[in-house]
Design a protein around this ligand. Sequence first.
Ligand SMILES: [Zn+2]
Length: 561
Amino acid sequence: MPATSVQPASRQIFVTTALPYANGNFHIGHIMEYIQADVWVRAQRMQGHEVHFVCADDAHGAPIMIAAEQAGITPAQFVANIASGRKPCLDGFHIAFDNWHSTDGAENHVLAQQIYRDLRDAGLIATKTIEQFFDPEKSMFLPDRFIKGECPKCGAQDQYGDSCEACGAVYVPTDLKNPRSALSGATPVLKKSEHYFFKLSDPRCIDYLEKWTHESGRLQPEVLNKIKEWFAKDEHGQGGLSDWDISRDAPYFGIEIPDAPGKYFYVWLDAPIGYLASLKNHLDKIGVDYEAYINNPAVEQYHFIGKDITYFHTLFWPAMLHFSGRKTPNAVFVHGFLTVSGQKMSKSRGTGLDPLKYLKLGMNPEWLRYYLAAKLNGRNEDVDFNPEDFMARVNSDLVGKYINIASRAAGFISKRLGEKLGAISDDGLALLSLLQAQMEPVAQMYNERDCAKALREVMLLADRVNEYVDLNKPWELAKQEGKEARLHDVCSTCIEAFRMLSLMLKPVMPDLAAQVERFLNIEPMRFQAGLPLLGAGHPIAEYKHLMQRVDTPLLDALFEA
Ligand SMILES: [Zn+2]
């Protein structure tokens, strides 16, 4: 048996995914991120580490307040309705968060206000009077997205207050020609208001973040390169990090700013604090002291996010945590967007790949987990879902190469060989030691979030096992007189190999792994140094087919408009 290096002692790890905005159901982009994080979390647990994996609904902000008003319900009820649909979808894809909370939860109100006070005490909060569009009919300041007008650059009609969809120009709402409120149609008026700012341009913040972002292991190299552009100033000394407007005026669905009547935190201030609030809510439920846990320097903190929210998570968030006297994330893991057949997601049409429809059609969630994992390499790159490629990978790799190993060997053991494994001779042992030697490298690939490489490696190993099967032809041995012992030897080798492949696939396909554990009568599989063989005499249960193939009608139904 090859030596494996010593695993570090059990680590304590806190993991989150980005909080979905609670104004709609999950789309496939959310599910991809959750699958990426869930695979990573499962791989950590299979190596003996303790993980708390949490998420929450991002509940605040003007869009939810306005949508709730249009639906004739309170924002809290609106968010609760969306939240009630979360669990079936998460369970459906075997995404096992330990806790799902809401940024409107009591913990988040307390934490957000405390972090704000700490930042204020550190001298990093400033106020400034700004002029903004105000809807005189609705008596409220208008968010950029709720102001429409003509593009100041190209004159295109019906453009939002922040950018033009026709020419791509970026501007401020006061630049729009003939502006109107998207809520009431009224012509907005300019009105002054005092706003609160987080002083990201403070030299302390800049110095700290320059250092933090460059520390080894914090960020992927391609993400760091992008961030360097944000720090850079032009030849006139312009650009670089600027202060962040963190307040909104009532009416607003959010958390009140302490000592500032009528002012609320901008939703993006309290959203990441929701990670800590959900953790606290979870630890309270299981009887673990939150303060002791989060202040323990040994606890590692990781956030999985999409590339569009990098700025918030790699600049604002570590600065907020550090200057309020808190621990910063060990790393932020950024992924790209999901495209479907090369098409980007559209706000109106989605991607055409609806995760809820996928589940409703009864499609196997582990097909999708496998397919997406096979494409995720840990870098900030877009991932494409292609239906033909999906069918090929599931049918030829997963079913054709992997499942087939069990289905070709198990029947003989249960029907002719006493439902027990037999002795394995040298050629079988040589094959198995090849698999054993790859256990630790594969675990390491999962640790680096290079699931694509891990699954390629597993499929190469499955190829080697299939070569062994083709060479030894158990179906022919079964017809020959006096070959019973060799048949037992070959089939036992196949089952032992199948178990090792299943172990290496378990982070990606936990439900299938659980079925394999029942079939093989074994304890939950985990990565361990020097994994022993089950050995001769080990009883196995009757084999039941573990996975169907994808067929074209099912895929057609999924993409049917
Ligand atoms: Zn334009």
